[in-house]
Design a protein around this ligand. Structure first.
Ligand code: FAD
Length: 325
């Protein structure tokens, strides 16, 4: 039901940055609302790699994507956020001392400040032309669970982090894993490439998947080197990990200063618009690094600075958190 909602801080995007910001807003005693286009919390982690072991979040030598999100959601719950899921933020207007964000279902959220943690915006996977009609019938773009790959011959297409992460995770459960890439250089983290090389994963480079073979059920793919005869490999499952196209969508019409689909912020995570902050993958400034850990730090900076905009008597530094303190 569309509604008129009043809050202190509106967060656009419920990925790891937005969830941590929701916790932090509660810690600062702010009322908080969080909007996300997706049906589930967790942003890229939930949508693309819930089963992956994440190794670079402070305090966790290793943490599964879905467990990190569960922890973030539990931590955010202490701030009692109002979630508006499966709703996209479309418009932003400025009131006298407020910002008003309109959602695609007609809901209008009036807030004293807004924090944009919209990551890479709406993301759509880059297609694998040869396999488009096999989508959902043997070809997938993401690997939300390893179970469907148990005992199968899996072909992973791509040379980036996702392709290598999934090769590493599927190798112990699949009958075989072949990673196919059209170049012989990889964009993936060198450490992951080295780890994959030490497994049974077959790395086939300078080739393309040119045809899917099967009679209703996928049984093989045809792999082609330019100018040579195609080679047929058994495959009951293909993961097309060719990256994704990001689209900031409606946010581009809000008057935000941007640089190549990222929102420019200063060291307080302020955008060029009054009362509007940004944090996480969506931000840009010299030296920016797009990692979950960085998003957490930016969320804390953004919320603490927003707290002063919301209540000029507040201090940017919140004091240290402690039980009952
Ligand atoms: C395969 C893969 C593996 C990765 N591995 C690691 C890793 O090991 N370690 C690491 O640190 N990082 C990793 N990353 C990067 C990490 O996932 C991102 O840095 C992180 O998700 C950024 O968090 P965020 O909250 O800023 O944005 P996101 O996670 O992108 O969340 C943004 C949310 O905003 C929502 N949204 C966007 N626009 C709107 C709108 N207009 N209205 C409503 N909602 C909107 C989106 O639906 C999304 O849920 C990996 C990324 C991928 C793809």
């Amino acid at each position: 039901m569309p509604a008129d909602v009043n809050t202190d801080l509106l967060i656009v995007g419920a990925g790891p940055t937005g969830l941590y910001a929701a916790y932090y807003a509660g810690f600062r005693g702010l009322r908080v609302a969080v909007v996300d286009s997706l049906p589930e919390l967790g942003g890229q982690i939930t949508a693309m790699y819930p089963e992956k072991a994440i190794l670079d979040v402070a305090g966790f030598p290793t943490v599964k994507g879905r467990d990190l999100v569960a922890g973030l959601v539990a931590q955010a719950a202490t701030g009692d956020p109002a979630y508006f899921l499966e709703r996209t933020a479309l418009t932003l207007e400025h009131g006298e001392e407020t910002v008003v964000v309109g959602l695609d279902d007609g809901t209008r959220i009036t807030a004293k400040a807004a924090l944009i943690t919209a990551g890479i915006g709406k993301f759509s996977p880059r297609p694998l032309p040869a396999g488009q009609e096999w989508l959902g019938r043997g070809m997938e773009f993401f690997v939300p669970s390893f179970e469907p790959y148990v005992g199968k011959d899996v072909v992973i297409v791509g040379g980036g982090d996702s392709a290598f992460d999934w090769a590493l995770h599927l190798e112990p459960v699949a009958a075989s894993v072949t990673l196919v890439h059209r170049r012989d250089a990889f964009r993936a983290h060198q450490r992951t490439v080295d780890q994959v090389r030490a497994t049974t994963v077959d790395l086939v480079t300078k080739v393309q998947v040119t045809r899917f073979v099967g009679n209703g059920t996928l049984s093989a793919v045809e792999i082609t080197v330019d100018g040579e005869e195609p080679v047929v490999r058994p495959a009951q499952a293909v993961v097309a990990a060719l990256g994704f196209v990001a689209d900031l969508g409606a946010l581009q019409t809000w008057g935000l200063e941007t640089d190549k689909r990222h929102v420019l912020v200063n060291s307080a995570m302020r955008t060029n618009l009054a009362r509007v902050f940004a944090a996480g993958d969506i931000t840009e400034y010299p030296g920016k690094v797009r990692l979950i850990a960085v998003g957490f730090g930016e969320a804390a900076t953004a919320v603490n600075n927003a707290a002063v905009v919301i209540d000029p008597a507040a201090h940017v530094f919140p004091g240290h958190s402690s039980e009952g303190g």
